[in-house]
Design a protein around this ligand. Sequence first.
Ligand code: 0RA
Length: 649
Amino acid sequence: MTVQNNDYGANKIQALEGLEAVRKRPGMYIGSTDIKGLHHLVWEVVDNSIDEHLAGHCDRIDMIVHKDQSMTVKDNGRGIPVGLHEKLQKSALEVVMTVLHAGGKFDKDTYKVSGGLHGVGVSCVNALSSYLKAEVHREGKVFTQEYSQGKPTTAVLEVGDSSDTGTYISFKPDATIFETTEFKYDTLAQRLKELAFLNKGLYLYLVDEREIEDDGSFRSESFHSEGGLVEYVQYLDESRTAFLEEPIYVTGKKDEVEVEVAMQYNTGYSENIYSFVNNIATKEGGTHVSGFKRAITREFSKYGNDSGFFSKLKFTVSGEDFREGLTAVVSVKVPEPQFKGQTKGELGNSEVTSIVSQCVGDVLKHYLEENPKKAKQIIDKVVLAATAREAARKARESVQRKNVLAGGGLPGKLSDCTSKDPTESEIFLVEGDSAGGTAKQGRDRHFQAILPLRGKILNVEKALEHKIYDNEEIKNMFTALGVSIEEKDGERVLNLDKLRYHKIVIMTDADVDGSHITTLILTFFFRYMRALVERGHIYIAAPPLYQVKKGKQSMYCWNEDERKAAIEAYTQGSGNDGSVKIQRYKGLGEMNAEQLWDTTMDPVSRILRQVTIDDAMEADRVFSMLMGEEVPPRRDFIERNAKYAKVDI
Ligand code: 0RA
């Protein structure tokens, strides 16, 4: 019999609790060392400043990206305490910056995130930075301390006087740890925008000293929202037509759980619920979203039944009928959140369901009583949704039945692979028959299938669900992929049990039309096959933009820098670039089968980008903006993005 020696484990953990542990296994603390992990450093610092805001001591945060890829985050909070930490006989500042998990020991009254990856403390950022400087304005003075890889290189120094308070953290991520150290403006801006909506009243500023505007100033943006979640919902729906004059707004608090919700109905058909726990997005929802849905179903059902609006219906109204054309943001603050699910993006605390349900239910009940006209309009819309769902079910079942009667055959246009093992099989969704033909010749038929998609795929923004099953291309996609939509407890679910390929690759031309088609296909996946995106089955192929040739040598290039480097490499020595030929690929059709295989399809040399739910969500937003009825936001979007857009619109 073996006896587990628990003491050994505990001691070992103790010994590893220094910042060395963070450097040894960075992934355990910040998730990864790729571009995502890099930005995680920023959010770790900003989280601390946001905590100061939540505690009522900070209304401004500045973020500055410097030319050398270092970053400064400034806040006007209380400033990290600098006094002596009795037990460790060091300045509290040094303790916060150099001892793992020390930050939380000082502050009370704020919502700390114990699950997920946030909340590991600013000392982790210090450990993973080749250089860090903390500057504290407090008690009328300015104090600084500098570090390298988490170790102090100076004492805590008093360097001057100050009439305000705050904390400035400047850090340079350690290039020996991170795969890339280049911060992305769009990633920073997008999250700051979200944080502004989630924390009304807070001023957030972003300055990027790496990019100079035409007038000589740095690229910069500010983010602020007085309306908070109400403005967030209005922003999310800016290209849709609102149903209610103002979004319905809910706030409440029970047992230390804070609830804040804004919701609006629009004339569209999709359901968009965005949820957050302690300012962190919960992509997979969880108990707070369940509570929200429960309240909607309960209150509207009761109202619809009591007022007799549902009495003539020949079928039942389901939960999702109440959420058609609903856009909502559900934000909760939970003292000790538990995160579940594959990506830890789902709230697990069971007590939160009834708290949210009660808060939202109270407000909804009141709203329906006070606004009978609006209530009737919403109920009419729900009845329409239920009717449409019934029609969609019939259309879907008819298509599925016809397919079974026809022998359950695969689409004629599909060139299937020979392998029957979904885990090794791939399907390329290719724009146009001619590129489809080239792909068919170029592929490895053992594991690669080709489905050409012809013409404009149905504009899913305006189509009612039952109409999409009339569309050949869409029917082909369902049958080729082997997925089906089924109903369980009145909710539509995507059945992936018979999924025929684990990699679904969208392959379009590297031009404007191609990127539109990609947006269109992504929008379709986002709305009707979301589970495929969530499980990471969707990819985008990246064909090269150029081939640079000299004699028998050639190089494929995916961007301008590579093109310049290739020309440089071929002209060196000869001083004669006349023999160098550059071919610009605009379409897949310009490559022959062998070239397409080498550059875009061969698993050894190709570049595939896995589509995240964020990408799909953004595609959906861009798509509804470009296709939607409201023209001004579309024009505004194009103008705002024209300068920085990577694809021109
Ligand atoms: C510990 C205690 C207090 C504030 C902070 C840390 C603090 C940390 C960071 C990190 C970035 N900005 C920050 N601002 C504050 C409370 C201080 C007090 O009670 O005065």
